[in-house]
Design a binder for this molecule. Sequence first.
Ligand code: NAD
Length: 304
Amino acid sequence: MADPLPPAVGFVGLGRMGDPMTRRIAAAGVEVRGFDVSPDAVRALDGVVTRVDSAADAARGTGVVILMLPDSDVVERVVDDELLDALVAPVSGDGRDSATRHSRPLLVDMSSSEPLRTRALAERVASRGATLVDAPVSGGVSGARAGTLTIMVGGPSQAAERLEPLLALMGRVRHVGEVGAGHALKALNNLLSASHLLASSEAILAGRRFGLDPAVMLDAINGSSGRSGSTQNKWPNHILPGSYDSGFTASLLVKDIKIALALAEATGAPHEHAEHTVRVWSRAVEKLGPAADHTEIARWLEEQ
Ligand code: NAD
């Protein structure tokens, strides 16, 4: 039986998430052709990925290229004609050109991008003979290391099925709808996550000023109806120890919740709470700076 994993993939964006994700793919025996504009990010993966000189070079000869970039602006810049030409060029040795190849080359955007821009990009990619699939993730850097991410796939079923063995190296795969659906769901998930962290931080800081011990509060809340990922993970592991080291920046989170707010506005769904969440988080990022970890919101709130 044929190996369901492709022999090689291109991977563009070797940052906080891309690094552990490429390590898991490479550990399964798949050659990773990796590219990042940051020489440090590439150097950290010496011996793990095959170094290439551009995003187009990463795509060349693989049939599958994964993007793990900051946002839609960067994704659209990276997916240029050169990359698409390289992606649809004949895979060396398969003797077929892109028009006769049974399966179309796949471009997989695992970044948290904007769903409407993803749909528009999918049309451009399709017109060049490839298929765009969105596959954003939740679970953070620790989930990427452990291979326990939740992966929300948007795109045609056939493409999603083809990608399943590859994506399963990184986590639990859920096909959630057509192209763009993954990016929409991911942004809405992060709106909830940002709301939970803001709400739980306000509650814990109020409790502390009243004289409660935050560790005692968390123990009780985590057995009660107020629990969330923020009380079960972010507060005990990244805020109480004062390490603020989740690996996810507040500025990327603000990008995500603005996408969710825009989606609610565009669909006419209620969004008063989302507006408030975006406003408070935006003020925090202005003060904390673009590199701050998102768990530093608790520190910022305390200083208010
Ligand atoms: P990051 O900033 O650590 O990594 C992004 C990488 O992209 C960087 O190494 C950067 O040098 C590279 N890059 C930027 N422009 C480039 C270009 N033109 N060509 C090639 N490389 C380029 O960000 P991250 O935390 O890894 O996040 C990546 C994506 O995943 C974002 O969309 C983010 O919202 C999402 N995400 C992050 C987390 C997390 O916990 N960090 C969790 C889930 C989803």
